[in-house]
Design a protein around this ligand. Structure first.
Ligand code: C2E
Ligand code: MG
Ligand code: MG
Length: 576
């Protein structure tokens, strides 16, 4: 066995001396400019090449950051680069520095964070030369605008370049590339709940986990807020891409520790293959996105492989969207009214306004076909305002024409309650315009709306309630209401969802649920409306249990205003 010789103290000193001489020689004779700065970026020392390149001799600039990132377009650049250096300790890129003549010069530069050891002070070493031609940068150098400041991953701009380059490199015919778009589920909620800095920590940890799922030749990038892109190269078959998608979902299934908390976060992944699903970067990206959205629709924490019928569906959707945009201007919406009936005496006490769309060439289209699209596109805001105003005007007319007790219920979507800043002003001005008193209006919102952003919902609802408008929780029992929160909302009414009404009086579970809701409402001092009453037995059951009001086909389907008026004049007939 031979022992490595340990150098004596004088040998060690010798090595240190030689090493110092060598670095001093490199420092003096290098053609590249070398700058030493302290950890705050204050320049401590420069080599002669620095003077030759920049023209500064005895008057080097004080701050490395201000010198390197001098172009107005590079305003954010310095911050991003320092952030990157903290995590990765090395950054290479291109920036514009102002030299002694005042001109800007493009530099190709390498920055190193030094001094990690205990006794070594932290600092920055910069080595650069003037870029001879812009083409020097086209080797997909990590230039500053290419880095995501939070995760240190390439950003969308850079990722698109890598993707385009991968495609133009024409991979071997028997090889596939795959583009995966991964979108976190409900990240916005987590971010709101944790606060943005914890949200950033979460994103960093997720980025790290994703990196462990791919091979060295694959790329991972952050494409946007809660979206990541992965490029897998040189795959033999589609199964390898699917395996990676599964691995990604599995990697995210363990909780992520952020501060003291364990956060569970899932993701939806869309997968598109090159060349099968697109022969250019743009088409491939579009198709991976379509697949990702399909995965979300299919219930999240899921992946979908792109298929051409997704494009057909999305084209249908686009057509629907553009028609929906025109529908309001072309007067294609109508409001139907469904009576709200008092159970004890069979009186019509009011009605729910339900919107329908008279779509060109398609007949009457029901809300389940277009409300979610209207919500996604923001069109629900003008549509919702139109419904409220139309129905309020009509109701006030009926109230003046001999039915002064009538009250109106109108549905409000999440988008309106939480994101329409002037919702309270809007309701107020519609009531003023139409003359309907606030106490004759009830606004219905679903549980998912109010639970999505409890604080926001409580605020908007409180203002509406202070105005005298009544508020009701629609489809009660289908969402995830916390009974605790229920107390905080200024509610007047609960509407039992028709999926529960359907099960009474034969199904014992259904009976238990409806009786439970009635008891809960009583203890919270809320009125109850049972939705979807279709059979006389349901009616009898609800009446015996003291439910105050109901709505359903047993009395009437939603009908146009004219027909509703006839119904008011003639009175209701049960249709057992
Ligand atoms: P919703 O507010 O829960 O309205 C009740 C739905 O149940 C209506 O469907 C109504 O036609 C239906 N319905 C009533 N009685 C019965 C019954 O006895 N049996 C059965 N099977 N169904 C019954 P519709 O009109 O298709 O509306 C569906 C949903 O669309 C509404 O549910 C509401 O959430 C939404 N919606 C309708 N109009 C508007 C609107 O103007 N704005 C917003 N944001 N959403 C609306
Ligand atoms: Mg409703
Ligand atoms: Mg409902």
């Amino acid at each position: 066995m031979s022992l490595r010789q340990v150098p004596s103290t004088s040998d060690a000193n010798d090595i240190v001396h030689r090493w110092r001489r060598l670095t001093a020689a490199i420092f003096s004779h290098s053609h590249e400019a070398i700058v030493l700065a302290d950890e705050t970026g204050k320049i401590q020392e420069v080599n002669p090449a620095f003077g030759q390149i920049t023209g500064f001799t005895d008057d080097a600039p004080a701050s490395l950051g201000a010198f390197l990132f001098a172009h107005p377009n590079d305003a954010n650049l310095g911050r991003q680069v320092w952030q990157h250096l903290k995590n990765d300790r090395l950054w290479e890129g291109v920036c514009s520095a102002r030299i002694s003549t005042g001109e800007l010069r493009r530099l190709k530069i390498k920055l190193l964070a030094t001094g990690q050891g205990k006794n070594e002070p932290g600092g920055i070493l910069a080595i650069f030369h003037v870029l001879r031609q812009e083409s020097e940068t086209t080797d997909l150098l990590l230039i500053p605008n290419h880095i995501d400041a939070i995760t240190g991953l390439p950003n969308r701009i850079y990722f698109n370049q890598i993707l385009a380059r991968c495609i133009s490199a024409n991979p071997a015919p028997d090889q596939l590339s795959a583009l995966l778009v991964l979108n976190l589920d409900n990240f916005k909620n987590v971010n709101n709940y944790l606060g943005p800095s914890r949200g950033d920590q979460l994103l960093r940890q997720i980025a790290r986990r994703l990196m462990t799922c791919v091979r060295s030749q694959d790329g991972v990038a952050r494409l946007g807020d809660d979206e990541f892109g992965l490029l897998l190269r040189g795959l033999k078959d589609v199964d390898s891409a699917i395996m990676t998608a599964r691995r990604l979902l599995l990697a995210l299934s363990d909780p992520v520790q952020v501060g003291e908390r364990d956060i569970f976060i899932s993701a939806s992944v869309g997968l598109a293959l090159y060349p099968d699903h697109g022969d250019n970067a743009e088409r491939l990206t579009r198709n991976a996105n379509l697949a990702m959205r399909q995965a979300k629709k299919a219930g999240r924490h899921n992946f979908e492989l792109y298929s051409p019928d997704m494009t057909v569906q999305s084209e249908d959707r686009l057509a629907l969207e553009s028609e929906l945009r025109r529908a309001l201007g072309q007067n294609q919406f109508v409001v139907h009214y469904q009576p709200l009936v008092e159970l004890q005496n069979g009186q019509v006490v009011g009605m729910e306004a339900l919107v329908r769309w008279n779509r060109n060439g398609h007949g009457l289209v029901y809300p389940d076909q277009f409300i979610s699209l209207a919500e996604e596109t923001g069109l629900i805001v003008p549509i919702g305002e139109w419904v409220l105003s139309q129905a309020s005007r009509q109701t006030q007319r009926w109230r003046n024409d001999g039915w002064p007790h009538l009250r109106l219920a109108v549905n409000l979507s999440a988008r309106q309650l939480l994101w329409q800043h002037d919702i309270v002003d809007m309701v107020e001005s519609v009531l003023a315009d139409t003359g309907l008193p606030p106490s004759a209006l009830e606004l219905e919102m679903t549980e998912s709306v109010v639970m999505h952003n409890v604080e926001g919902a409580v605020m908007a609802m409180t203002k509406l309630s202070e105005m005298g408008v009544r508020l009701s929780l629609d489809d009660f029992g289908t969402g995830y209401s916390s009974l605790n929160y229920l107390k905080r909302f200024p509610l007047d009414t609960l509407k039992i969802d028709r999926s529960f009404t359907r099960d009474i009086p034969d199904d014992p579970d259904g009976v238990a649920i409806v009786e439970g809701i009635l008891a809960l409402a009583r203890s919270l001092n809320l009125q109850v409306v049972a939705e979807g009453v279709e059979r006389i037995e349901q009616y009898e059951f609800l009446r015996q249990r003291g439910c105050e009001m109901m709505q359903g086909y047993l009395f009437s389907r939603p009908v146009p205003a004219k027909q509703f008026e006839t119904l008011l004049q003639q009175g209701l007939e049960l249709k057992p």
